[in-house]
Each structure stands twice: as C-alpha cells, then as structure tokens.
Design a protein around this ligand. Sequence first.
Ligand code: TYD
Ligand code: MG
Length: 447
Amino acid sequence: MAKKDGKRYSCIECGYVSLVPSGKCPRCGAWGTLEEEIPVAPSMAAAGTAKILTPVDISTLEPPRRLASGFGELDRVLGGGWVPGGVVLLGGQPGIGKSTLLLQVCGHISSTGRRVLYISGEESPSQLGLRAKRLKILHDGLDVCCHTVIDDALALAKDHSLIVVDSVQAMRTSQAEGWPGTPTQVRATAQVCVNYAKEHGIPMVLVGHITKEGRIAGPMLLEHMVDAVVMFADDNSSVYRTLRASKNRYGGTDEMGIFEMRSDGLAEVPDPSYLYWNRSDGAVSGVVMTVIMEGSRPLVAEIQTLASESSFAYPKRAGIGLGANKIGMLLAVLQSRCALPSLRDDIYCNVAGGLEIHDPGADLALAASMASALTGRNVLSECCLIGEVGLAGEVRPVSGLAQRLREAARLGFKRAVVSSREEKPRLDAEIELIRVLSVGEALARAS
Ligand code: TYD
Ligand code: MG
C-alpha cells in the first residue's frame, strides 16, 4: 500500500512497486528501471472517450493484404509477409546480419516501385551507401535517414510501404527523458513507433540488440508491445543463419527460415535438408537418419552417437542438439526393454550440421543410433527411422508422416521404419515402409 501522499515507484521490467526510489530493483535486480508512477486523475480515468463504438461482425473482416519481403524464408517465419500496421522486433547478436537482411528487404521492396524508409541510428549515410552498393540495392524508392531522434525521423515518412528502425536501442524520443538505450527511452521509442504504425497502417520493423542471456535488451514490456518478435541466430555455424519467431500475432512461431551469409549479402538456402545430412548413410555404426518437422517443413537430420569406454565412476552422457534428459531416458528404455547390456560406456550424441532437435519424432532414430554405437551393428542403408518412443518401449505415431516420407523419398531414401499404429499415409513417392510396434522390433528389422 502506498503511504498517504507518498510517491510510488514501479519497476518497468517486472512490475515491482516500491515506496522509496532506488537505483536497483530489489525483485529482478535490474538497474535504472524503477520509475515514479504518475497517478491518473480520477475524473480522467473514469471518463473514457467521446467516441461511440459499434461492434463489428467478425465474418465481414477481411484478412490483411501482406507485403512480400523478397525472401521466402522471411515470409515463412512472418506467416506470409509484412502486415499493414504490424510491428516486428528483429533481435540478434551484433554482427549477425540484421541490418544486412533489412537493407536487402528494403532493396527488394523498392525495386518493385514502392517506397521504403530505413532509419538508422547506428550508421552514417556513407556507411549505408557503401553497404547498399555491395548489396546491389541502389534503387530509387529506398530512402535512408541517419538520425537518432525517432520523432524527427518519422516526420519524414509519407507514402512509404515499410519503415525500418535500426535500432530501438540507438534511438530516443523527445517524449521521454534519459539516454538512448535506457529502459525508459527504449520503451517510449517503441511506443512512438507502435502508435505510428497502427495510426498509418504501415508495417514497421524495429531492430533490437540482445543481451548476454539472449534476451532483447531493454524492458520486457518491449516484447509485449510489438506484434511479432523474430530472432536471427547463427545456430553454431559461421555461415548459416536461422530466423525464428518467438512471438507472432499474425502467424505461427514454429517456422524456421535459413540463410547463408555471402560476400554480397544474405542468400536463402533453398534445400536445407542437404545442410544437415552428410550422406554418410549406413556406412558407420552409430549414424542414423530421421526426418524431423521444423514448423511445416520436413528436414532430414543425421544423428550420430559415439560410445567409448568410460574412465569415470559415472559414465558420461553428452548431447549436442539433443536434450540430455532425452538421451538418458532412451538409454534406460534400451536397457530395460531391449535387453542391451549394462551401459558402462560414455555416450556422446550429436546432430550433424548444428541442428537442434525438439521433435519427438526423432526418438526412434536416437535410440537406434545409441544401440548401433553400443553394439557396433549398422542400421540398414538408405533407411530412415521416424517415431516417438514411450517408456514402455513402444513406437508411437508422429505428426506429418506423409510429408516426412515424401522428403525422405525425394532425397533418395528407399525405406523408412515407422510405427505400426500410423495410418497408411497417402504417398505418390516410392518408399518401403517397415512398420514396427516397439524399439526392440525396430532394432531387429532395421539392422
Ligand atoms: P550486419 O548486418 O551489420 O549485422 P548486425 O546489423 O546484426 O549487427 O552484418 C555485419 C556482418 O556481416 C559483418 O561481420 C560482415 C558480414 N557481411 C558479409 O559477410 N557480407 C555482406 O555482404 C555484408 C553486408 C556483411
Ligand atoms: Mg546493424
């Protein structure tokens, strides 16, 4: 409770309320985030607006017309392109390629005869010009503005189809106090942008730097204010970049876009299955293929396991791209349900190409990969294993089996081990199905 006539200070990060000013929030530990609450006059709070509202019949609402970005991979993550009035926050580590990606998007849109505005608070006009030349995007409709006061920069926007603000931490607004990058300024700048986008029906992109922990720098509120948060990351690779939405009001958050950084900018990766598949199929023990779903896209993934004699009292289990809990659970299933000998070896599992697997459809392949590494028996050649594994050792059906099998057949796989409980998928592709009930049966029939 506030003291009578006393001031209240609330943390713009976590909402903690304090009766005394402080440089550090006692709850979340953030610095400089406690701000004095300005009370709203009771008459104002109760007043509402004079506008008379009428409800709208939902069936009369048209879906928004989206603007293509020029990159199919980015459109896929956004849910079909930029939405009028939608604000997207693009986050990523410095140097990952955020400015490059957005300049290329601006280049594409301006090449179609539309105007775009690129506001940069980080680079000089000559730096931007140099980069645009390198990216070969010197089109007429690409207006740039190198300035750090967002209110002035937005005053330049007229008939632009997209506005980019690079970055929200470098800009400030005259409507708030403080240096650029402080929570107050970041929040106020984002609010100015959101208001502008909604009022004018123009899509906007805000670039956001990320902290050591991988969060977008600034108040948490920032992510709530925008319509979509898209993260650009390098997925343990120096050349390839992945784009994923962590929030999306206009589409799903399970799609992934893949790009390659080249000397002339970012290029889409048209066939990402080849990125994650070494084609070392069947030749080495411990190497097993599966097909996972990344959003609506099937991807062939290669799971590798190495078992080596342990010199520790407790054998080591390590996984890159796979959860340690999953590895432990499937090892226990192999031991209890498939009579694999007591597991005294260190086990190292890896997904080729730096892919992270969260899809339970890869369970069967991981179990087979570990069994193969432990017994030295290879899995059948030109074969992929697709299925979720339960603690009873049963193989369960997966989502999108037909799509997965089509992708496997397209890449030349001749057979696939799947659950017997799968409905027969309608396929126009040639691939033999080995239907199994349990992991034990899968190991017996696929090796
Ligand atoms: P940049 O877009 O400036 O990153 P961010 O805005 O996320 O900080 O990308 C900078 C890096 O990208 C830089 O290290 C050089 C590299 N790069 C290329 O490899 N090729 C190119 O064509 C461009 C423009 C940049
Ligand atoms: Mg940049």
